[in-house]
Design a protein around this ligand. Structure first.
Ligand code: ADP
Length: 212
C-alpha cells in the first residue's frame, strides 16, 4: 500500500534521510522510530506530499506521488488522516464542530455530517462531550477528538506523529488503544515515536529510520 524506495531528503544541503526504504501493507500497524531530529515528521510529511523527496520514489496505493498533479493532492490527503503531538484543535469551536470541519470543507452537508460526527465521537467515547470546548477537556480527551477529526472522512491510513508525546502513561495507553481499535477495523496506521517504552509493548513492526 505504501512504498518508500531509496528516499533521500535534505534541508539546506544537510541530508536528514539517506536511502530510506520500507513497505507497509494494508491494515498494518507500524511504529516509525528514531531519535528526536532523525526525520520521523519529515517521513510522514513526504507521504502526504507536504514535502518532496530530494531523490527516490514514494508509492501510495500504486500511484507514484511524484506523478500526482497539484489538483490530485487534496484527494491523496483525504485518504490519509493526520494526528499531531499538540492536537491542533481549534479553541473557539466545540468538540463536535472541530470534528465536523473536515467534512464541511469537503463539501459534505447536513444530516451526513451529523451522522458521521456522531458515529466517530461515539467510537472514541466522547459523544457525551460534544458541546464542550477543547480547553475543558484533558490532554487525552483532546487527542481522541483529534483522532476522530482525522478519521471522520474514513481515510485508509492514519499518520500519528508522537500522538502521546504530551500525555502521561495511563492516558497514552488509552490513546494507543483508541488508535489500535481503528486499526483492527482496517485503518492502516503509521505511528511515529521516539519513546522506546511504547515500542517494547506489543508486537507491532518497527521501522527505525536511522537503520533502513
Ligand atoms: P523528528 O520528527 O524525528 O524529530 P523531523 O523530521 O522533525 O525529525 O526533523 C528532522 C531534521 O530536519 C531536524 O534537524 C529539523 O530541524 C530539520 N528540518 C525539518 N523540517 C525542516 C525545514 N522545513 N527546513 C529546514 N530543516 C528542517
Amino acid at each position: 500500500m505504501i512504498e518508500f524506495s531509496h528516499i533521500y531528503k535534505s534541508y539546506d544541503n544537510r541530508y536528514i534521510l539517506r536511502d530510506l526504504n520500507f513497505k507497509v501493507n494494508r491494515g498494518e500497524f507500524i511504529f516509525i522510530t528514531g531519535p528526536s531530529g532523525a526525520g520521523k515528521t519529515t517521513t510522514l510529511k513526504l507521504l502526504i506530499a507536504l514535502e518532496k523527496p530530494s531523490h527516490g520514489a514514494i508509492k501510495f496505493m500504486d500511484r507514484e506521488l511524484g506523478s500526482l498533479k497539484p489538483r490530485e493532492i487534496p484527494f491523496l490527503r483525504r485518504r490519509i488522516g493526520f494526528v499531531f503531538q499538540d492536537f491542533k484543535l481549534l479553541p473557539n469551536r466545540t468538540v463536535f464542530q472541530n470534528v465536523a470541519l473536515g467534512l464541511q470543507v469537503s463539501g459534505i452537508f447536513g444530516s451526513v455530517i451529523n451522522k458521521n460526527v456522531t458515529d466517530i465521537l461515539k467510537a472514541v467515547e466522547l459523544y457525551i462531550k460534544r458541546d464542550e470546548y477543547p480547553c475543558n477537556l484533558s490532554g487525552g480527551e483532546q487527542q481522541r477528538v483529534a483522532i476522530a477529526r482525522a478519521l471522520v472522512l474514513n481515510p485508509q491510513v492514519l499518520l500519528a506523529d508522537e500522538p502521546t508525546g504530551n500525555l502521561d502513561e495511563d492516558t497514552s495507553n488509552i490513546v494507543i488503544d483508541t488508535i489500535k481499535n481503528f486499526n483492527k477495523k482496517g485503518t492502516t496506521v503509521l505511528f511515529a515515536t521516539h519513546d522506546r517504552g511504547l515500542l517494547n509493548q506489543g508486537r507491532s513492526r518497527i521501522i527505525d529510520i536511522t537503520k533502513t
